[in-house]
Write a protein that binds this ligand. Structure first.
Ligand SMILES: [Ca+2]
Ligand SMILES: [Ca+2]
Length: 172
């Protein structure tokens, strides 16, 4: 009887550990965590839609920005990747309807940091970049320009992180 009680307690502890692990999802290796999302700069010069597709293969989107804090973080990320002289795509576009900006990840377009004189739709600029000309503030750019880009996603978006954590803490 005593043995059985101990076994049940141990099982309870394992369940608690598993629960704790699942509630603390981390960003995958190579991604930086900020405001409960994961971010990654890809330095390879890439056209906007190709970049969005590349992010999607990792269960991510081109990054959206919703606050001064996120904007500052994103600019620091670009400098950290040493591509501040080229700028970077983020995930906004007005390609469906001129002047109506939206984020590819479906989040509300509720914050902007346009560079001076932007958006000007120069060259039919329908895609959003952090521009090196204005200290990485925002510019509407021709979508087939080749730029580095920033992907973002929620931790565990593709399920792989949960699986790893489960392996570590919950395997029999
Ligand atoms: Ca436009
Ligand atoms: Ca522009």
């Amino acid at each position: 009887m005593a043995t059985r009680t101990i076994w049940i307690s141990a099982a309870g502890a394992v369940l608690l550990l598993c629960g704790a692990a699942l509630s603390q999802q981390k960003c995958p290796s190579g991604w930086r965590s900020f405001n409960k999302r994961c971010f990654k700069v890809v330095s390879t010069p890439t056209a906007f839609y190709t970049a969005q597709e590349a992010c999607a293969t990792e269960s991510a989107h081109l990054a959206s920005i919703h606050s001064n804090g996120e904007n500052t973080f994103m600019r620091a990320l670009v400098r950290g990747a040493k591509v501040q002289n080229r700028g970077a795509w983020i995930g906004g576009a007005d390609d469906v309807s001129e002047g109506n900006w939206y984020w590819f990840d479906g989040s509300p377009f509720n914050y902007v940091d346009w560079a001076k004189g932007q958006p000007d739709n120069y060259g039919n600029g329908d895609c959003l970049m952090l521009t090196p000309a204005e200290d990485l503030r925002w510019n509407d750019q021709t979508c087939d320009s080749l730029l580095p880009y920033i992907c973002s996603k929620k931790p565990g978006a593709d399920g792989s992180d949960e699986f790893k954590m489960t392996d570590v803490f919950c395997a029999p």
